[in-house]
Write a protein that binds this ligand. Sequence first.
Ligand code: ADP
Length: 632
Amino acid sequence: MHVFEKNTNIFHLLSEAVTEGILVVDEQQRIVSINGKAAALFGYIKKELMQKSLSLLIPDHFTEAHKSHVKHFLCNKREDGELKANCTLGKRKAGDTFPLELTFHPFQVYGKNYVLALIQDKSETEEIIQNLHLKEDALDATLNGITITDASKKGHPIVYVNKAFINLTGYNESEILDRNCTFLQKNKTHDKGFRVMLKAMALGKKCRVQVKNVKKDGTAFWNEVSINPIKNKKGEITHYVGVHNDISHKKKAEEEIRHFLKIFEDSLNEIFVFDANSLCFTHANYGAIKNTGYSLKMLKKLKITDLFVNGFEKQLRDKLDLILDSSQRKLVFETRIQRKNGSIYPVEVHLQTSSLHSTKVVVAMVLDISERKNYTEELERKVKDRTKELKSSLEKEKELSELKTKFLSMVSHEFKTPLSTILTSATLVSKYTEKEQQEKREKHLKTISAGVQRLTDILNDFLSIERIEKGKQFYNCTRFSLSKVVNEVLYNANMFLKTGQNIKYPMHIEDVSIYQDERIVSLILTNLIHNAIKYSPENTNIILKITIQEKTMQMRVIDSGLGIPEKDQKHIFDRYFRADNVLLTQGTGIGLNIVHSHVTKLGGNISFKSVENKGTEFTVELPISQREIVSV
Ligand code: ADP
């Protein structure tokens, strides 16, 4: 004690000059000297601690252990030895504790043992360490891989990696540390990102790149690397901090999106996107641009309705409301689009809404349906034609069946009279057995012949119709004597003449030969002459006039008979038509129809003039030179 009092000035001077806290305890562990720093550390002024037990400065739970520790130390003292105290906390006057480091130095003065304790406040160091631990924990907790490389050393060896980087690469810490930071890079020459990263590092700049790296197990992955240079106070780069992120999933998703975009972009189907409010195009794919002929720039200045031939903006807006308010998911309609070059094509438009940020847009899939339309039109035309054909053959079939029915009723009706006439005459003929009754016999035989001729004519008419109907009417043109045919026709007609009826024979035809179908010329003449006889009263003349020209022949049959009522004249060549004024006379309404058919087919012409109750004149013109009718 005295010693320190004696030398207090020297100790004071020495102890106050150092930055650490210093105190000296005697063998009873009483504080015999203390510097200001030490007293201040514990929150005392120096004199408050003098002669006080050291335990005052030790937290309670350390006190006993510490006492024995110091005692033991004093008993086994070594003059040059030093001892780190096992106590790491000091107790302040206020009762709180703080981290410290105590180093004991024993010494003897005048045979007495003392211990000098050097006290270092570790509060700040502890804080720094804790801080560091916190940051390291934070780095380890982050999901991004982090590396720190030493830029001052050759090859920039890695000096720190966090857990995420270890997890990311599959390498353990010892396999990573001290390696060059490019050890994950497989392709060092063709990787654009890698080249960019090297360039940035060479310039001491930070960068963010995407590089293709390989894990320890050989799996490739996309690494998004951010490199940040760390500089010291002099501005020199000392470290690089790398932040690594596995973006393989993101890349895959991006590639898929790019792929879908490409499908959309390259599609030959026309796809347009337009603003739901303004109806102006915002985008159009390759198919749309190609088919319309507009560039994307031009399209962006147009509304979708500008492409429609009939515009119909109002109608489109009304329809769009249905999909914009979600009452309908999709809108499909047909319209026509006009290309830039003016041509028009039919389309089927499919509209669906989509949102781009806060803007509502409409996606229009436009299908060119020209082919479908053509096909449909062609199909419709074919169906129409086919229906027409069927209708016509049905009508023909119907007509044929009508003809057959008519024929049967005609047979029963038209055949009845001539047949009964024939029967009566035949019966009577058998009764006239006497020689002088020859005249009567001849009269009845003539009636029989006329009846047979009538039946033959009717049958011939029906056969002619059937031939014409079935397209089996063939003409056989030859050169023949006109007078021969006229004679035969008039001779046969004689038997139908009524009393006092007379046929005027044509003049100047004796040496005339014409080129025609003999049978048809005969049929035409027979029909006209028989009608004239039939529809003229007794005691009238029937005149046949024939004019021969170079290429044609004109035959006129003139009678002074019933005539044809004016209202019926337009139907006179229709099949089965019979005028009102002849219904009491036998007939079929077929003859003139057949004559008209043949004359037309042979390139001729038939006409008539008629006045009711005055008479009728039929005129037939026929070609008669081979050159004229060669095509028949
Ligand atoms: P059909 O004499 O067997 O009735 P046609 O076809 O020969 O049939 O004649 C059609 C119709 O034309 C006759 O029913 C008649 O009304 C009218 N017709 C034809 N020739 C004459 C004529 N010379 N005089 C008056 N009417 C005629």
